[in-house]
Design a protein around this ligand. Structure first.
Ligand SMILES: NC(=O)c1ccc[n+]([C@@H]2O[C@H](COP(=O)([O-])OP(=O)(O)OC[C@H]3O[C@@H](n4cnc5c(N)ncnc54)[C@H](OP(=O)(O)O)[C@@H]3O)[C@@H](O)[C@H]2O)c1
Length: 280
């Protein structure tokens, strides 16, 4: 079904939640996304939910000057639309806002009441029509993934997008290893812990601050370098500012040493056992 896989487009993408919400910052946000594309970031993540289409609309304007085949565009369908009655309408609206005739990946934003078999079947029909190249899910915990893969064509799932950052490593206990064994990539959302806002004590932790000083980078870059160092994972930080996008793109050329990685592991260990999937 998919011609080129997600991971073939790199380990770094651009999140777009809240972008397009304010006309005052629109020009700067478009400049930030275009700067990212110019730096070779092909993956862009949006959703019908974000600003009720305003994010998709902004992404459509931002990517318009670039060859479509150089980009990897992800959007998401809301649970109430992830069924045979409404999914195609949602998808068509997303395609229109994005000014494109296909999505590289379409995600089920979070699990709702529709039987998984119906959502899978409808995704598959959209793929047959050429409107999507691949589909995946978001906010699915291990049991959801096991149920999904037990359904006919469930194994066509090409990613699970979940919350993951240095201060929230619960997926490393069971979900991520399970996906890794099955070559299902994890898309890490909130890799910057929303600039630290999701967890007090993350960006001002001495281990994070010391590594930032050693590498002469920002604490946010330390957070991103941590998620970028994970295998079978794509990170999708969001910024509406070109200067921040420069810091984000620069992370692709920065590696944490084994000692630095060890210090982060010690400061923010993987939980001892399973914890509920963190969501935002
Ligand atoms: N599937 C889901 O349910 C789900 C849920 C949440 C998010 N997502 C996706 O994941 C993406 C990322 O998550 P997120 O947007 O919640 O949070 P995030 O990427 O962890 O953090 C975004 C925040 O970091 C700031 N920031 C970015 N680069 C920075 C830098 N270099 N220095 C300082 N601050 C910086 C941004 O502000 P500035 O704009 O000022 O730079 C923004 O406030 C979303 O945009 C969305 O596409 C998916």
């Amino acid at each position: 079904m998919a011609t080129q896989t997600l991971l073939q487009h790199g380990k770094l993408g651009m999140g777009t939640w809240k972008l397009g919400d304010s006309s005052a910052t629109r020009t700067e946000e478009i400049a930030a996304l275009r700067y990212g594309i110019e730096r070779g970031i092909a993956i862009i993540d949006t959703a019908e939910m974000y600003g009720s289409g305003r994010s998709e609309n902004l992404v459509g304007e931002a990517v318009a000057p670039y060859p479509r085949e150089h980009l990897y565009i992800i959007s998401k369908v809301l649970p109430q639309n992830a069924n045979r009655r409404y999914l195609e309408q949602s998808l068509d609206a997303s395609l229109k806002a994005l000014q494109t005739d296909y999505l590289d990946m379409y995600l089920y934003h979070w699990r709702g009441g529709t039987p998984l078999a119906e959502t899978i079947d409808t995704f598959e029909k959209m793929a047959e029509k050429g409107k999507i190249k691949a589909w995946g899910v978001s906010n699915f915990d291990l049991e959801d993934m096991q149920e999904l893969l037990a359904e006919a064509n469930g194994s066509h799932c090409r990613a699970n997008q979940v919350l993951y950052h240095l201060g929230s490593r619960g997926i490393e206990v069971a979900l991520k290893p399970w996906q890794d064994q099955r070559h299902i990539p994890t898309i890490a959302y909130c890799p910057l812990a929303q600039a630290g806002a999701l967890q007090r004590g993350l960006t001002n932790h001495p281990a994070v601050q010391q590594i930032a000083a050693e590498l002469n980078i920002s604490v946010y870059q330390v957070l991103l370098c941590f998620t970028l160092s994970q295998s079978n994972m794509v990170s999708i930080p969001r910024t509406g500012k070109p200067a921040h996008m420069k810091e984000i793109a620069d992370c692709l050329a920065i590696s944490l040493s084994a000692e630095q990685f060890g210090a982060l592991n010690q400061a923010f260990p993987v939980p001892d056992g399973r914890v509920p999937l963190d969501v935002e």
